[in-house]
Ligand binder design. Structure first.
Ligand code: PLP
Length: 376
């Protein structure tokens, strides 16, 4: 937690639950990534956190944006940047939304199927298009790939067709899975992608761009490698596989840009046991799976917690949200220990929650308001 967030929470005592984001840390994360991968164009993945102040801070720093829908494009447009800084990166788009984006001036689109390419050819003539390929997501704590991307042979075939159909076959993208812990995954993916590049070049289809997606980490319970080592691994893999035929490089960090910059302040609602001799206490917070902590699904993302009673004796807990749904349990199998003296009304801070929280929060399940974001 940054000093600024710490001070804000102490002085303002905001109504809980709420997410507090330190914009200076977002800016620092952006600058650091640009410094470490100077040749790459950074397209911030808007879905990680689309708070208007985050988008405008990043826009002011020169960031570009990876968007998934008309709604996200409109949020980015509100910052006043030009449309050539937007990528419509979702491979699943309505034709009318593609037409709308094209009319607004967006010229960079993703696809991973023939039917999607046909839509693009119909309503976005001449646009730069890139094909997403399937890659191995092993090592990712929040895998993304199975649903997106196609096999390399199909990708090559579609990129040939793109040209025939009046589009500009611009490049290839992949995503190694979010919160990727295995630094070798970029190397493996780039080995595959560079082969496709060179094979297509021999046929006269000259791709010019490779999009490495996201996958860079935030700091949850487990130690992670530094962002320096991630960027070094990516840089090394690019040189190894492309050498002096380096294409334009795009990266789309979401989680690593905003994750560590946010802290959720929550409050204990109830501490109970299911039987007098139960070893584990149940601790119910005023935030759960439906109010922003969706990435605890299958206990995938394991957040760090902080309480004012840290340093006193602890015992094992099951951690749950406040709604009347039995799926609203955050951690049951994963061992979490919290102070034995914890009681209703105590604050619990959930660290590194700047990414994938506010947008996952339901509108008002059980009457609980959507998670508020406060940018400072
Ligand atoms: C979600 C997403 C990202 C961001 O991934 P992170 O792991 O959060 O950095 C980037 N690109 C695409 C296409 C995505 O869908």
């Amino acid at each position: 937690m940054t000093e600024r967030i710490f001070r804000y929470l102490r002085e303002q005592q905001p109504e809980t639950p709420c997410l507090v984001i330190d914009l200076d840390l977002v800016e620092h994360n952006f600058r650091r990534m640009r410094e470490l991968l100077p040749a790459a164009h950074i397209f911030y993945a808007v879905k990680a956190n689309p708070a208007a102040q985050i988008l405008s801070r990043l826009a002011g720093l020169g960031s570009k944006f990876d968007t998934a829908s008309r709604g996200e494009i409109e949020m980015v447009q509100a910052t006043g940047i030009s449309m050539d800084r937007i990528s419509f990166g979702n491979t699943i788009k309505k034709e009318k939304d593609i037409a709308w984006a094209y009319q607004q001036g967006v010229r960079l689109f993703a696809f991973d199927s023939e039917a999607e390419l046909q839509k693009l050819a119909r309503v976005a003539p001449g646009a730069r298009v890139f094909c997403r390929v399937l890659v191995d997501c092993g090592g990712a704590e929040w895998p993304l790939s199975k649903k997106f991307g196609c096999a390399p042979e199909m990708a090559k075939d579609l990129l040939r067709k793109a040209r025939e159909w009046g589009l500009d076959p611009y490049g290839i993208s992949f995503h190694v899975g979010s919160q990727q812990t295995d630094l070798d995954q970029w190397d493996k993916a780039l080995a595959q992608v560079s082969q496709m590049f060179f094979a297509l070049a021999e046929e006269g289809v000259d791709l010019r761009m490779v999009n490495l997606g996201g996958g860079f980490p935030a700091r949850y319970r487990a130690e992670v490698n530094s962002i320096e080592s991630y960027c070094e691994a990516v840089g090394r893999a690019l040189v190894r596989h492309f050498g002096n035929r380096m294409p334009e490089v795009i990266i789309e960090p979401g989680r690593s840009m905003v994750g560590d910059a946010g802290v959720i302040q929550s409050e204990v609602v109830l501490v109970s046991r299911k039987a007098a001799n139960d070893r584990k206490r149940w601790i119910y917070l005023d935030i759960g799976k439906f109010s922003g902590l969706a990435e605890t699904m299958d206990e995938s993302i394991k957040y760090r917690l902080r309480t004012a009673r840290d340093g006193t004796r602890v015992g094992p807990v099951v951690l749950a949200g406040p709604t009347c749904d039995s799926a609203d349990i955050l951690y049951e199998k994963t061992e979490y220990k919290l102070p034995l003296s914890l009681k209703p009304g105590d604050k619990v801070e959930i660290l590194s929650t700047g990414a994938y929280t506010t947008t996952y929060s339901s509108v008002a399940f059980n009457g609980f308001a959507p998670l508020k974001a406060i940018c400072i």
